[in-house]
Write a protein that binds this ligand. Structure first.
Ligand SMILES: Nc1nc2c(c(=O)[nH]1)N[C@H]1C(S)=C(S)[C@@H](COP(=O)(O)O)O[C@H]1N2
Ligand SMILES: [Mo]
Length: 555
């Protein structure tokens, strides 16, 4: 291929025509490829170096984590609402797409103005290093992957664009003899016309090959880095080796549940348990190196290891955990049998000083969650949990240890990957979500959900089975009512009471359902007698309110 072919900007020339005097511009597509290849080199090098530091220091991860922390609450809410547990893959895809667009633009710009490439990559190196250093628990080494990435990217871009520029370097002066068979316009013109001693002008195909090779090498480097990093941080065996002692205080067997197709089971299978957190890379904590520090406004600060924790009397607790971001009728609630050491007992051992108001849990990845001490110490069954449903905590649910405090949303009670507990005052410290305007207490609001029939289901006329779940964690559910098309409220039948800390299934047979479209509404009453309010409020800042409704078509 020669540059006389139909590449944009390169004027076609034919034998006998005067040669183009305008310097042809390199093809856009090739310039874009140079940019993309350089970005790939940067990302690959960043991953590779991060493998020797820690996974969260990889520039893309660090920038993504910083973006999560800096994102306005409304955007976070939107992400959780729209993408749910898939919010992180969506964020990473967004970052990679943004990078690709910027890389393409940088490739185009750097092909014309050489210094642009170095400048852009220097800027990104600085941004990545800043993001990595700003992560909680970051050490100086965390700053290394980003500059390495920037250097690899800048070098790759410089080499590739230099190659690309040479494909369109100005032609040497045309030979005097216009009839010369080797004239500038002949098919082999540009290459054949190279003056003796000058390096042969590369063909565009060479640039494409070099770009492709760069991408392939970068992918291999990045994948290698990932594999190495996963290997270095693999705790599968350590988790499998955890031997859970039998509970000193077992939970009673759960009472019989309602079995209705489509109705959530009373115990949520761990694989289906919702996950909500800010962790772009999961903290992987080896329990043999884990310890929990309890300090602050206590008489006797404590430091306990995992074996010591397991040696404490362990309690089982059936408890429904729910997220403040759950919309009316939403899926972010789950019930499991937690196993853990008593948190109030540990606090008593340390001796909480008068005046302490909140217990701040810190996770290994720097999350801070503040729990009102009044709630922890009022007699409820708060736990330092090590297991759910009879198995060591899954990594995504906080292995090796998390807090569980019934009655409070996860964001004020359920620190995953817990490493530190500090007794303090409210004035002394605002935890992560409180800094972002969320309510300090996070008491779970009464919620009820219609699960059967599914929204927009078509059901035959006559008797229609309605069913769902309701929770008012730690207060308990006293009643659940439903109504059809705004008619009178009907009491539903509740499943046996399994205690105030777990949700309660309900069911009702709607007799005489006539063909047409109908709206079903549900509301619950907690054990204190408070009826769920009708007013619709969004989750921010203290949990959603309003009645869940569903539309069904009776045929
Ligand atoms: N370390 C850490 N712990 C955390 C969070 C987090 O982002 N980081 N999110 C909290 C929130 S908002 C909720 S609702 C629960 C969710 O716990 P799960 O993912 O095990 O369901 O964890 C809580 N604990
Ligand atoms: Mo949450």
């Amino acid at each position: 291929m020669s540059n006389q072919q139909s590449t944009p900007g390169a004027a076609p020339a034919r034998p006998g025509e005067p040669p183009a005097t305008r310097r042809p511009r390199p093809a856009r597509a090739a310039a874009v490829l140079c940019g993309l290849a350089a970005a790939a080199a940067a990302v690959g090098a960043g991953e590779a170096v991060a493998a020797f530091v820690r996974p969260s220091a990889a520039p893309v991860v660090a920038v993504g984590s910083a973006a999560i922390d800096l994102a306005p609450t409304a955007l976070k809410e939107y992400a959780v609402r729209t993408f749910g547990t898939g919010d992180k893959p969506v964020l990473l895809a967004g970052i990679h797409l943004t990078l690709a667009l910027l890389a393409a633009a940088t490739g185009l710009a750097a092909t014309r103005h050489r210094p642009v490439g170095a400048a852009v990559f220097a800027l990104f190196g600085a941004l990545g290093a800043w993001a990595a250093l700003s992560r909680p628990g970051a050490g100086p080494a965390d700053a290394l992957p980003a500059p390495a990435a920037a250097l690899a990217g800048a070098l790759a871009l410089d080499r590739l664009t230099a190659l690309l520029r040479r494909t369109t370097a100005p032609s040497p002066p045309p030979p005097e003899d216009p009839d010369s068979p080797e004239g500038p316009g002949s098919p082999d013109g540009p290459d054949a016309a190279e003056s003796p001693g000058a390096a042969p002008r590369p063909r565009r195909r060479t640039v494409l090959a070099a770009g492709g090779a760069t991408i392939a090498a970068a992918t291999a480097l990045g994948a290698g880095g990932r594999i190495l990093s996963d290997r270095r941080n693999d705790i599968t065996a350590a988790r499998a080796a955890v031997r859970l002692p039998p509970p000193a205080r077992p939970a009673p067997p759960p009472p019989p549940a309602l079995r209705i197709p489509g109705l959530a089971p009373t115990t949520t299978p761990t694989a289906d348990f919702y996950r909500v957190d800010t962790a772009l890379t999961l903290p992987r904590i080896d329990p043999r190196r884990w310890s929990l520090r309890l300090h602050g406004m206590v008489d006797r600060p404590l430091l306990i290891g995992f074996d010591e924790l397991l040696a404490l009397p362990l309690e089982e607790l059936d408890h429904t955990l729910t997220c403040v971001s759950n919309e009316v009728g939403g899926p972010y609630a789950g019930t499991t049998r937690w196993l853990g050491a008593s948190l109030p007992a540990l606090l008593r051992r340390a001796g909480i000083r008068a005046g302490a108001q909140q217990l701040v849990g810190r996770s290994q990845d720097g999350m801070t969650i503040g729990t009102p001490l009044e709630a922890v110490l009022d007699g409820r069954r708060a736990l330092l949990a090590v297991a759910m449903n009879g198995e060591a905590l899954p990594v995504e649910h906080g292995f090796p240890c998390r807090t569980v405090v019934p009655g409070l949303y996860g964001y004020t009670s359920a620190t995953k990957w817990l490493v530190d507990l500090e007794a303090t005052t409210f004035a002394a410290f605002d935890p992560y979500w409180v800094q972002r305007g969320w309510d300090r207490t996070g008491e779970v609001r009464t919620a009820s959900r219609i699960e059967v029939p599914a929204p927009f289901a078509r059901v035959p006329a006559g008797e229609v089975v309605l069913a769902g779940t309701a929770w008012a964690t730690h207060r308990g559910i006293a009643a659940v009512e439903v109504r059809v098309d705004g008619g009178p409220w009907q009491q539903t039948r509740l499943a046996a009471d399994a205690g105030p800390d777990v949700w309660r299934q309900w069911t009702h047979t709607w007799a005489g359902a006539a063909p047409g479209t109908h709206r079903i509404e549900v509301r619950a009453t907690d054990a204190a007698g408070a009826v769920q309010p009708e007013t619709r409020r969004p989750p921010y800042p203290s949990g959603a309110t309003g009645w869940h409704s569903t539309v069904v078509t009776v045929t």
